[in-house]
Design a protein around this ligand. Sequence first.
Ligand code: ATP
Ligand code: MG
Ligand code: MG
Ligand code: MG
Length: 484
Amino acid sequence: SVLSSNEIRRRFIDYFVKENDHTYIKSSPVVPYNDPTIAFVNAGMCQFKTVLLGQRTLAANRVANSQKCIRVGGKHNDLDVVGSDGYHHSFFEMLGNWSFGHYGKAEACRLAWNLLTSPPYNIPTEQLYCTVFNGDKTLNVEADNETLQIWKHIGVNDDHIVMNGANDNFWEMGETGPCGPCTEIHIDYPPSGGKNLIELWNIVFIQYSRERNTMHKLPNYFIDTGMGLERLTMVLQDKTSTYDTDLFSSIFNIIFNACRISKYTGLFDGTSLDTYYRVLADHGRMITIALSDNMLPSQNHKLRRLIRKSFILAETNFKIHPGYTLMCDIANEVSNNLGHVKHLIKHEYTIFNKLRMSVLKDWKMVVEECPMLNSFNPYEECTGFVPACNYLIKHKNMSSIPAFTLYDTFGLEKKTIGRLSQVMGRPVSWNELDDKLKKLQTKTTENIKRKSNNYMIGNIPKTDDSFKYEVIRHSNESYLLPIV
Ligand code: ATP
Ligand code: MG
Ligand code: MG
Ligand code: MG
């Protein structure tokens, strides 16, 4: 029988927690805590960063969880491919296990391989490929022959082992700090003699610390792994994309019931409504999770833009009016914090409508005053673009374009500010923007100094239903988000 996504997640947790002595740690909210370098939690390791940096130790040295992740900005930005490929999402769940100085490479590889290839997952070994770090001269790190031997010993064929350079198989947190080689398990899916490799599981060996140009071997190294639940579910449910799994079917039903135009048919030809179905379902999940976790659109422009983009998709492509009702229906399917989410979505809709009305009225006037702006789309990025132009016209005498105001108050992207500056022939105060953003980030870090233990060691939820994304708050403190 086919496993449901809930059963697949449960099996992962049970395997590590019940059968292999790991401690279950809850997903953190998607709002980063005390970390000004990211706008969203984008990996399972985020809540363990201080452990990896050696700033604290955990009582448990082997842990496992399923972490809610969002990748729409910064180093990890998958937004461009969402909807057009069948396995990158803006929001996804990362199943992960960690060893903090306990087991090493051989055990990490064995645990992963054994889980994937034995019941109930039962993935055929012929479909699995392993990548291994090939060494890098500039980094001064040698090839990871140990891992190569481990895979061979496990029984992986030579022609299923791929050696890669630092771009693919060396993980670093930043310019300095913990880093190390990784090994990935890919799946040839659908099977095609090794042509359709999709990354399934990434196993990172944090065995070095980088200080400027020197690598130090860490005395006690860490294992950090992550596997996408959506991709694993696609494989185990034998579907052509993650969107054909039970994680998305109910959301597609909601969209169809609201629009009644045509059902989702799973095509990737770029001509049917299917791409919009995928984008809307994906964004609906991401928005719901972010709002449920207490992220505020007024503090995170990326989130606000995606909400507005979804309203537009619902109204233009699916002819659903008003657009926010669909978002609320999707939220109902995904979150158990519906009241809160609905309230925020409605509020966003109200202010977006006000903005749209003022845009209609004001754009003509702006272009009359400043004809060279005609090359812009007034709805640029779903932001306060037109009010920003109005502001610039009113403040003609400013020596430079005030980047921070445009960025923070009107929500413009840096590249739009750059284009405006070019077209209008006015310089931009980039330095001021950088300074103010930095100050904001420092303030953020100070404001949310941690008072207590942020790791939520919990019991495994009893029923599958309770995995319906829980709302988790660290405390009653409000989150001040850095804008990245
Ligand atoms: P890819 O190369 O496919 O973009 P990645 O190397 O960026 O993946 P990692 O940072 O190694 O991904 O994350 C660990 C795992 O999380 C991946 O092996 C994959 O299964 C899953 N994953 C990563 N990004 C996404 C995404 N945008 N949507 C769904 N699953 C993802
Ligand atoms: Mg990626
Ligand atoms: Mg990758
Ligand atoms: Mg990877």
